[in-house]
Write a protein that binds this ligand. Structure first.
Ligand code: DGJ
Length: 725
């Protein structure tokens, strides 16, 4: 990787594994984008300025370069702003002391940093060589510092902006996005994600058009859709064409916008959602914006995903856990819901003894008077009526089976019917004159308050510190609605959603980082907060409350566009499935759940020796290929949104071994023969395929393909292994 500044042309070249990003400072001091794509030579790129850059359609009032006949609109921006001759979606929009909302951000120097500065208030990618580009509005001394980070082993550029007020008068930010990405054309599609509870990250592909395509969240979590987007050339598929993946490392209100411009070019921008957002910067104050990870590949959407997955595993997710063998849990939630006692829990743990399932996770319902979802959140003390002898009694039983113990919390929530709410009603988010919305019969705590954060940290940490707890599931089961904090001044209430995110990250620092030995899994009413901000703290996140194998082929496919398989927590659950009522084979459920961080979630207390043998076989099988899930390259062979089939293939980095799982949704009679072509193997290597008892060439496998022998019936899977010979 390298960052290079050509003083003659004032061009910056940023080079990652196989990418070049280039922009230059034009004669007006405007940071003008030149190129982002496949790695190229450090040639001049100034001939790419289609209009010559100076065909004016409007007049810029004087600027430091005193160029009266220029409109910045002509230039592809590194940071778009509002007014002063720029008309596209602004990345920053503010209210100056004079009452105008104008900015004109021009070049004010740069630094090249060998060590990437970590953000002070939010998680960001680690490592990487970094360019810090300083822009200044010379009329108001409002500054934007643009950070660009590149890596020599991933085709990813990380970007963010720090906005600073260097003037004595306050400035009010009304929009403070993280980046502008200028693209030369709009002959591209926007792939975005929509979804809801139990139906996360469904895929939507829309051609770019003149105007704006936007996705956002307004509910203080990144939600069941996703703070990410892919911009793919119109012809791009899994293997071919250019794809740019954009993922915000942010867990609250976000927005991403893809804009087709009048001249046929395009501009992408986004970050903290400016809906219901304002942020006041007093003299000398600054605001950090969330980092955005931008991945590029000319090997299709699949190639782009592999770059993002590598970037996440190398530079975002905790190194301690990311590639290490994961806990395989038995979680009691769907087995019992709130209806359990110590004997029942012990029987569930006993049910999987000797199977290799190595962690028992006690889900919701162990604390306060929590016998249903209408009470006790925030009362983080054990319910001794249900669990005589407290947590230690159940922990020692679980440990005696050779298993670890995990515990569920929902740290940010409070029930109206709880001791803590009766003592501190002010801990809940509440707006004056409004009644609270009772989503899932609970309120969100106002964690923007320091006293609330202290309460949460003290109560969770005291449980973690006094018991042998090796795993925590951190849940968050509703949207925040009546956004308001009694401790924020009236004119700062629009800071709430971002302050919520900052407070959440502080909680993670004070609970997760102080318990480095504990494995934390994220969750939010299923996968309602599945983003790289959270993955910085949680090596894996519960992907969805919908654990039906058929639904999961869609949810896991959509999630994998941006996130690695190892980040997706996936459980084998009971049939008929509690969400869909569908019944699928145990084998199918396991084969699909084994394409992520696997586990079990059903009442195993009645497991027979046969059930245990089946489970043992599945766990052994999973452990054999787990490394491929944790570190391998993912090839999506079949898209369930477009066909009756789904297939994932994970290939080791050295292409020495691989696993392919294919799924057919509906069976039928006299259907077309289904042939699948593995990808990602080495065409010159020979592979033993145990399921065929054959040694075949990588070239044969990838070109001639395979015909999976699906059993008769619906919802069937076939798995192949490939071992280099
Ligand atoms: C929602 C989660 O997604 C479930 O797995 C479970 O933990 C429940 N919350 C418990 O309330």
């Amino acid at each position: 990787m390298a960052i290079y500044f050509d003083r003659t042309t004032k061009t910056f070249y940023l080079e990652g594994k196989d990418i070049t990003y280039a922009f230059f400072i034009n004669k007006y001091g405007f940071a003008e984008h030149l190129y982002f794509g496949k790695r190229i030579s450090r040639d001049t790129l100034l001939h790419l300025r289609a209009t010559g850059g100076e065909v004016a359609s409007a007049t810029v009032p004087g600027n430091v370069y005193n160029a009266p006949f220029c409109s910045y609109q002509q230039f592809p921006a590194e940071l778009s702003f509002f007014g002063t001759g720029y008309f596209n979606e602004p990345t920053v929009h503010l209210l100056n002391a004079e009452g105008d909302r104008l900015t004109e951000l021009l070049y004010d120097g740069y630094e090249i940093l060998d060590e990437k500065p970590q953000m002070k208030t939010m998680p960001s990618m680690r490592g990487g060589k970094t360019l810090k580009l300083k822009l200044r509005d010379y009329a108001t001394d409002f500054c934007a510092e643009l950070y660009y980070t590149v890596y020599d082993d991933v085709s990813v550029i990380a970007r963010r902006v720090v906005y600073r007020n260097e003037r004595s008068e306050a400035v009010k930010l009304e929009r403070a996005y993280s980046f502008t990405l200028s693209l030369p054309d709009m002959k591209r599609d926007v792939i975005s994600f929509y979804g809801a509870w139990a139906s996360e990250r469904q895929i939507q592909r829309t051609p770019m058009h003149h105007g704006v395509i936007s996705v956002d969240s307004k509910v203080s979590r990144s939600t069941h859709l996703n703070p990410s987007m892919v911009i793919a050339t119109s012809n791009a598929n899994e293997e071919h064409g250019e794809a740019i993946g954009i993922a915000l490392m942010y867990s609250s209100h976000f927005v991403l916008k893809a804009e087709g411009l009048p001249n046929g070019a395009a501009q992408i921008t986004g970050g903290i959602n400016d809906f219901d957002f304002e942020w006041t910067l007093e003299e000398g104050e600054e605001l950090e914006t969330p980092e955005v990870i931008i991945a590029y590949s000319d090997e299709g959407i699949g190639g782009m995903s592999r770059e993002l997955h590598d970037a996440a595993r190398e530079y975002i997710i905790d190194k301690k856990f990311v590639k290490k063998s994961r806990p395989i849990v038995i979680n009691n939630w769907e087995g019992t819901y709130f209806d359990f006692n110590a004997e029942k829990l012990k029987a569930i743990a006993d049910g999987v003894r000797g199977t290799g399932v190595d962690t028992f996770v006690l889900d919701d319902g162990w604390f306060g008077k929590r016998n249903n979802d209408r009470c006790a959140l925030g009362d983080w003390w054990v319910n001794e009526e249900k669990l005589p002898g407290g947590l230690d009694a159940i922990i020692s039983h679980v440990n005696s089976l050779g298993m670890k113990f995990g515990l569920w919390f929902e740290p940010e929530m409070i029930s109206e019917d709880s001791d803590i709410y009766r003592a501190h009603p002010e801990y809940a988010i509440k707006a004056p004159l409004r009644k609270n919305c009772y989503s899932r019969q609970q309120f969100v705590m106002d964690i923007t308050r320091a006293d609330v954060r202290d309460y949460i940290v003290d109560s969770v940490n005291s449980i973690l510190d006094s018991h042998n707890i090796e795993y925590v599931k951190w849940d968050y089961n509703r949207h925040a609605t009546e956004l308001y904090s009694a401790l924020l001044p009236k004119d700062r209430q629009s800071e709430f959603a971002h302050r919520y995110a900052l407070a959440l990250y502080e909680l993670c620092e004070r609970i997760i980082k102080t318990h480095p030995q504990v494995f934390f899994e994220g969750c939010a009413g299923g996968g309602g907060r599945f983003d790289y901000g959270m993955l910085y703290y949680f090596p894996q996140i519960w992907t969805s409350d919908d654990s039906d194998a058929h639904e999961r082929t869609h949810i896991q496919y959509g999630t994998s566009i941006i996130y690695p398989m190892s980040a997706m927590s996936c459980h084998v659950s009971a049939v008929p499935n509690h969400q869909t009522g569908r019944s699928t084979d145990m084998k199918t459920r396991a084969d699909i759940a084994h394409l992520g961080a696997t586990g079990y979630e059903l009442d195993t207390s009645s497991f027979t020796d046969d059930d245990r043998n089946v489970t043992r076989g599945q766990v052994e099988e999973y452990r054999k290929h787990e490394e491929l899930i944790l570190s391998g390259d993912l090839y999506r062979l079949e898209n369930p949104f477009e066909s009756n089939f789904f297939a994932f293939m994970a290939v080791s980095k050295d292409k020495g071994n691989a696993i392919l799982t294919a799924y057919r949704a509906l069976g039928g009679v006299n259907r077309e023969i289904y042939r699948i072509k593995p990808r990602g193997l080495d065409k010159s290597k020979k592979y033993f395929v145990p399921e065929l008892n054959l040694i075949l060439g990588g070239d044969t496998l990838m070109n001639a393909g395979l015909i999976p022998p699906f059993e008769d019936g619906d919802f069937k899977t076939v798995t192949y292994h490939f071992e280099e010979k």
